[in-house]
Design a protein around this ligand. Structure first.
Ligand SMILES: [Zn+2]
Ligand SMILES: [Zn+2]
Length: 368
């Protein structure tokens, strides 16, 4: 098994080298760096809106320009035919200067209910998990502090917890690893279930321990990656009422987040959802679109076999970085190829089901 996997990884290393410059873009927060590749949508082209309304469940923003963030994300709604945009915090650590969380944005975003919403915890809950991994302390005092903070965020108005991470390559926020079944992740699943809110997890797929993929540097990344799929399955199984969104489907930088793996996990875990991110400037090693822009047949079959389990999460930054291809646009070029029935689910219905009362009443009005 190990040998066979070594072979697979060996094969994957070649494309990984070829897109080395892109691999460093694995993190959402690197949007300001640009590396163009073929099959991209020219930035100057007129944007193509979604054929039917959708919610972008995963975007980021400029924490130093909240008025600009609000203005540009509101303006994007009409241009994209987006019913709502959810703004998230990047997964960060306490030792990283400039980390922030939902409080920087909540008051401003709450003025636009039904249009903008905030997913929080990346700058604190995620940081607490990383701190606990480093110290080895996940005892009662740490757990209480974690629960108190999570519940504070819910009281303040976040609609979900994110962006959390279990395996994250270095970018604008540092390299981070935590076992997906870390005691604080299991606790987060319980808190999420109790409050009826989901959490959004950034995790490179690592079925077996492996060397860091070629093209990524260590340091800052770890030289070896820990297996995480079995731990992720323990997290999913821990509390069946916890809705867990595995983000960045289509933005895979180990090459091991395959359609087969997605299918197996969706089959086994009814509380698992996935966010589609098709980044025109940093194609993942398993990318849903072919060079001509068409959805690859095995991906189309995945979306249509599990229409209730996917949402859009483009990882777009607002304000949109100048001179850069739009991530939301690539997602929408994919979305527009789906049948009307599947679009309706992936566009708004699944989001309403996952996020519940905080957004569902607004989405009922969306004209699918
Ligand atoms: Zn993100
Ligand atoms: Zn991410």
């Amino acid at each position: 098994m190990k040998r066979a996997l070594g072979k697979v990884v060996g094969i994957l290393v070649i494309p990984a080298i070829a897109i080395a410059a892109l691999v460093v873009l694995a993190d959402a927060s690197l949007a300001r760096q640009t590396t163009s590749i073929a099959a991209k949508m020219p930035s100057s082209a007129e944007p193509v809106p979604a054929l039917t309304p959708y919610v972008d469940g995963h975007t980021h923003f400029d924490e130093k320009d909240i008025p600009g963030t609000i203005r540009s994300s509101l303006a994007a709604l009409g241009r994209e035919n987006a019913a709502m945009i959810f703004l998230q915090m990047p997964p960060d650590t306490y030792s990283h200067p400039g980390h922030y969380d939902a409080e920087v944005l909540l008051a401003a975003a709450k003025k636009y209910p039904g249009k903008l919403a905030v997913v929080g915890g990346g700058g604190t809950l995620n940081a607490m998990i990383m701190e606990s991994v480093a110290s080895g302390d996940s005892g009662p005092a740490v757990q209480k502090k974690f629960r108190d903070r999570a519940e504070e965020l819910v009281r303040e108005g976040v609609i979900g917890f994110g962006e959390m991470t279990a395996e994250h390559f270095d970018g604008l926020t540092p390299y981070q690893y935590a076992p997906a079944d870390h005691p604080l992740y299991l606790l987060l699943a319980d808190i999420a279930a109790e409050h009826g809110v989901p959490f959004d997890l950034h995790m490179e797929a690592v079925p077996q321990d492996m060397a860091l993929p070629s093209g990524l540097k260590s340091p800052p990344n770890a030289p070896r990656l820990h297996a995480n799929i079995a731990a992720f399955e323990r997290l999913l199984a821990h509390n069946a009422r916890a809705k867990i969104i595995w983000c960045h489907l289509g933005s895979d930088f180990t090459g091991l987040r395959t359609v087969e793996l997605e299918r197996r996990l969706l089959q086994a875990h009814p509380n698992l959802y996935m966010e589609i991110k098709a980044d025109p400037e940093a194609h993942g090693l398993n990318y849903p679109l072919a060079a001509d822009g068409k959805i690859k047949p095995e991906w189309l079959k995945l979306f249509t076999d599990f229409p209730d389990r996917f949402i859009i999460g483009s990882d777009q930054h607002y304000p949109e970085p100048k001179g850069q291809d739009r991530r939301w646009q690539e997602d929408i070029l994919l979305f527009n190829q789906l049948s009307a029935e599947v679009r309706k689910k992936i566009g708004t219905e699944n989001i309403a089901q996952i996020y519940g009362n905080s957004v569902a009443p607004y989405l009922r009005a969306a004209k699918n």
